[in-house]
Ligand binder design. Structure first.
Ligand SMILES: *Cc1c(COP(=O)(O)O)cnc(C)c1O
Ligand code: SF4
Length: 374
């Protein structure tokens, strides 16, 4: 197999080459790739079937990216939650470690559009600093390697990072967030798998947005990771004109399961500057979850979340219709076929010990008095 670095080097990064391949306006592209770089790997280029299709929209720059002047560079305020360089510590027991700014492709909707494509990866001194922080923070049991894309680092740097992290006794999980298997499958070499499996438990969450991304080569690459004992999850961003449709989403989830990947998160698009033309309504996401839940394998249903603007973290959403009412008597539920069911509360329960639950449905339907005991 051709060396993955050579394959990556054959990617399209110059407006001139994109114009030649896809017939776009070179000058227009040139204006955009100054602030927001472009890279399209051979695998991704080969998957584009026509102008403006779901793959094209994810990777081909559009002038509209430059019109988004009011939006913020860092809507999730990750920079504010960074105690040492490249580390984001927002949740009690887990952190993100950004190990490189490089990605196999530069997704036009990227939340970290402010960072990706700029030169640089985690330097030795910075890794030492991150490890020192983690060693001190014994509450952290889960590190997510992110970026950019950690699998674009050469093998020896991946090994250096894994080895350093595994020297921290209280650290339990190491996860990779990566788009490499779906865009540069050649990178998933037997050597890489051999390295990674020395440091289990390692999990990987792979980024996929459209069923056409699961080509036979991509599925084989995922299979190599799964054979190395790495549980695979998928993260998907809900994107206008790409996958904002229940049928496309169902096909994607089925393709993921066929590739031995368990759908993990479906994200609402963030408010990042230069990406707002990809946003859909929240209802679009809720309708997609409704179209999946009960209608197909429960394994195929991801958690639908909004990463709250301002650094609130991921907040899960479910269609309101499932829980019509909840009170001391029981829950009134609606199933996927719109049929209503009643689940009674256990009669022996000491009602005072019931956890505080406050659904919008119960607010609407209960008398004000019923809510007073909280
Ligand atoms: C998403 C994210 C995590 C991981 O969240 P999980 O729900 O555990 O997958 C950790 N830290 C930050 C800052 C994140 O954005
Ligand atoms: S691979 Fe991930 S980090 Fe890189 S550009 Fe795409 S969404 Fe952003």
């Amino acid at each position: 197999m051709e060396d993955w670095k050579k394959v990556l080097a054959r990617s399209i990064t110059k407006p001139k080459d994109l114009a030649k391949q896809l017939g776009v306006d070179e000058k227009e592209i040139a204006d955009i790739v100054g602030p927001y770089p472009m890279r399209i790997t051979p695998t991704v280029l080969a998957t584009i079937k026509e102008k403006g299709d779901a793959i094209w929209k994810q990777v081909v720059p559009e002038s509209i990216e430059l019109d988004d002047i009011d939006a913020q560079d860092d809507p999730l305020e990750e920079d504010t939650d960074s105690p040492v360089p490249h580390l984001v510590h927002r949740y009690p027991d887990r952190v993100l470690l950004m190990v490189t700014n490089q990605c196999p492709i530069y997704c036009r909707f990227c939340t970290r559009k402010r960072l990706v494509g700029k030169p640089g990866f985690l330097k030795k001194g910075e890794l030492d600093q991150a490890v020192a922080y983690l060693r001190e923070h014994t509450e952290v049991r889960d590190v997510i390697l992110s970026g950019g894309d950690p699998l674009l680092l050469p093998d020896h740097l991946i090994e250096r990072i894994l080895k350093a992290l595994r020297s921290i006794p209280h650290l339990e999980l190491i996860r990779f967030g990566t788009r490499v298997p779906g865009t540069l499958p050649e990178r998933i070499t037997p050597e890489l798998c051999e390295i990674v499996k020395q440091y289990h438990p390692i999990y990987m969450n792979l980024h996929f947005n459209h069923p056409d991304e699961l080509t036979p080569e991509v599925k084989e690459a995922c299979g190599r990771l799964a054979d190395a004992g790495i549980p695979l999850g998928a993260q998907t961003v809900l994107l206008k004109g790409v996958n904002d449709d229940p049928d496309i989403m169902k096909r994607l989830m089925h393709q993921l399961l066929l590739a031995r990947i368990k759908p993990y998160y479906l994200y609402m698009a963030d408010l990042t500057k230069g990406t707002n033309h990809f946003r859909t309504t929240v209802e679009t996401g809720l309708r997609i979850i409704q179209a999946l839940q009960g209608h197909t394998s429960g394994m195929a249903v991801p958690h639908f979340v909004i990463d709250a603007p301002g650094g609130g973290g991921k907040i899960p959403l479910l269609p309101n219709e499932y829980l019509l009412n909840l009170d001391d008597e029981g829950a009134v539920l609606k199933n996927f076929e719109n049929k209503t069911y009643h689940y009674p509360q256990p009669s022996t329960t000491d009602k005072k010990e019931l956890p505080m639950v406050n659904t919008s449905a119960s607010r609407d339907m209960c008398s004000a008095g019923a809510m007073d005991d909280h």
